[in-house]
Design a protein around this ligand. Sequence first.
Ligand SMILES: Nc1nc2c(ncn2[C@@H]2O[C@H](COP(=O)(O)OP(=O)(O)OP(=O)(O)O)[C@@H](O)[C@H]2O)c(=O)[nH]1
Ligand SMILES: [Mg+2]
Length: 454
Amino acid sequence: METPLVVIAGRPNVGKSSLFNRLVGRRQALVADQPGLTRDRQDAVCTLGGRLVRIADTAGLEEAPPESLSGRMRAGAASILEQADLIVFVVDARAGILPPDAHFGTWLRRLGRPVLLVANKTEGRAGYNNALDAYTLGLGEPLSVSAEHGEGISHLMSTIAEMLPAPAAPEEGSEHADVTDGLKPLRLVILGRPNAGKSTLVNRLLGEDRMLTGPEPGITRDAITLPLHDADGRSYQLVDTAGLRRRARVQDDVEKLSTGASINAMRFAEVVVLVVDAADGLHDQDLQIARLVEREGRAMVVALNKWDAVEDRDATRKAVADRLERSLAQLKGIPVVTLSAVTGANVAKLLPAVRAVHDTWNKRIATSALNRWFEDAISQHPPPAVQGRRLKLRYITQANARPPTFVVFGTRAEATPEDYRRYLVNALREVFVLPGTPIRLDFRGTVNPFSDKG
Ligand SMILES: Nc1nc2c(ncn2[C@@H]2O[C@H](COP(=O)(O)OP(=O)(O)OP(=O)(O)O)[C@@H](O)[C@H]2O)c(=O)[nH]1
Ligand SMILES: [Mg+2]
């Protein structure tokens, strides 16, 4: 049997995302005291009352024309509600029961799915009295909680578990088939400026209109994690994020939260796809994002999107490649895939490129091969003298992968100047074919500097 699905619903700003975070036990969804903050559905699998449960947070149910942004958000919420094994209908006890609550209450009753009524924000006496108000919805006894203060949550958890359909006895041999895959999903985070086409690309990869998209910049607000399986059976944890603008321009609080969520997602990534609007060209902000990715040690692929809208393709391709090469010395050889998320052209090339940089990022090079190269490299171009004394670099070893990290040992090795370090990194990248990944190179002096005056 599939993991049962619990969907949290209610009008905007009643505290659905806070409740979602309480139930899944971490701060996954953005929370702020502003109606309409959640736009795309947050999903998480967690354990409630000893049962594995999938929980979905939804955008607030608003009355809005279907073609508007809120109308499209509502359509997304409605389709998941129809699949729910249990709907947790949240009302705001502090605000009392308002006409939209009553309206949606009626709608939910007609839907015929099991509903658990939850009165949130019940801390304090007024909250308690107002919770009683919720009886008028005709959805049974409201369960009082305060998501913000963490009150009533464990009772809520066990009530949810009790209301779910009983788990079916496991069928022999089934169900485990897809767990034995062995490979962990590759954590792939999509970053880029607002309106670059990130969500359109994500929908294209998924083959489903899962994320809201549109010509208004700043549509996506929260980082949304989505499971994806490619044609070769490789699985991914795909994360769509809110567009990143230059910090000086980020003024409102929601954008600050959204930007924070994008950066956090990037820190958990293995590979980042930087989506660039090719019709608009490579901006400084794109390079800044790339530098951030390098600093955090993630591998990277550039998706040059909206290729369908580019007139002079050769010139555009060359301009972007030149700019990347010149401006990102620390991350040379980033693979660039030109594609169109809207038409789907060339999108099939993206995941193979992602897997290739992922392999590179994970690569381990044998110490013997490294040192054969190293001897050559330092005899061709000997390390300089520092304060009148030659540096004695003796050997190199790979200390770590993800990203590839090397250590050079030698007498006073730690005094190696930056340009010599860069020479070694570039040579390493070329000889061992390590494009699109940061390379770390450290230097360690020998333990006792007097034991070897060579
Ligand atoms: N011509 C063309 N338009 C595209 C392409 N991909 C996306 N767009 C359009 O670009 C606009 C922005 O797309 P989104 O996917 O919402 O962009 P986003 O990067 O997710 O934007 P935010 O979430 O606001 O950061 C929409 O109007 C898309 O239809 C493409 O390949 N070609
Ligand atoms: Mg988006």
